[in-house]
Design a protein around this ligand. Structure first.
Ligand code: PNS
Length: 178
């Protein structure tokens, strides 16, 4: 039988679009990093999402800057099924953040499906209540309409968003924002 206890070898994967990463995501990452010895933040490459604000390498770059203080957190990307990625990574746990009760409805089926496909369980962390209304899509909408999003994203992400806007939406020159 698989020993699922949180031991020195337990590897947790925190998947998402992270377009862009928010303070809510960072809160979940920090809390997962305090529980699990190894956490992989996994950015999905989703060709179905037509108009991403940031390219995959930009999201990875932002996330790497945000998690640089955590020795046990790494950032990767994956294509296709999360179940295949967690199996390939030999991860034991998938982490998801829940902001509001309605998040749970879809997450419950995803958790069942991912467990059926991979044998890997999903564990949920309740997002800090101060971030319960913060989502990447809302952040983008407020930002693009000129609203102040500085309370909701890490400073690096704000820099990237401003650079993206001033470059007219083209790929951000990453070397200028390290
Ligand atoms: O940040 P998001 O957009 O809510 O993250 C969604 C994500 C990446 C967790 C989800 O879309 C996903 O797992 N995509 C990979 C494809 C997959 O495995 N689909 C079946 C889910 S049961």
């Amino acid at each position: 039988m698989h020993n699922g206890s949180v031991g020195p070898e337990v590897h947790a994967v925190y998947p998402g679009s992270f377009d862009p990463p928010t303070n809510g995501h960072l809160d979940v990452i920090a809390r997962a990093a305090a529980i699990f010895p190894k956490v992989t933040v996994a950015v999905v490459v989703n060709p179905q999402k037509r108009d991403p604000f940031f390219a995959i390498d930009e999201r990875e770059e932002m996330l790497r800057a945000c998690v640089s203080g955590f020795a046990n957190v790494r950032v990767e990307h994956f294509r296709g099924l999360l179940a295949n990625f967690v199996r390939a990574e030999h991860a034991q746990v998938i982490i998801k953040g829940l902001r509001v009760v309605s998040d749970f409805e879809s997450e419950m089926s995803f958790a069942h499906m991912n467990r059926s496909l991979s044998g890997v369980d999903t564990m949920f962390l309740m997002s800090d209540s101060s971030y319960s209304f913060v989502s990447s899509s809302l952040i983008k909408e407020v930002f693009l309409q000129g609203g102040d999003i500085s309370a909701f994203v890490p400073p690096t992400v704000l820099d990237f968003m401003q650079a993206k806007r001033s470059s007219g939406g083209t790929h951000v020159d990453l070397s200028r924002h390290r």
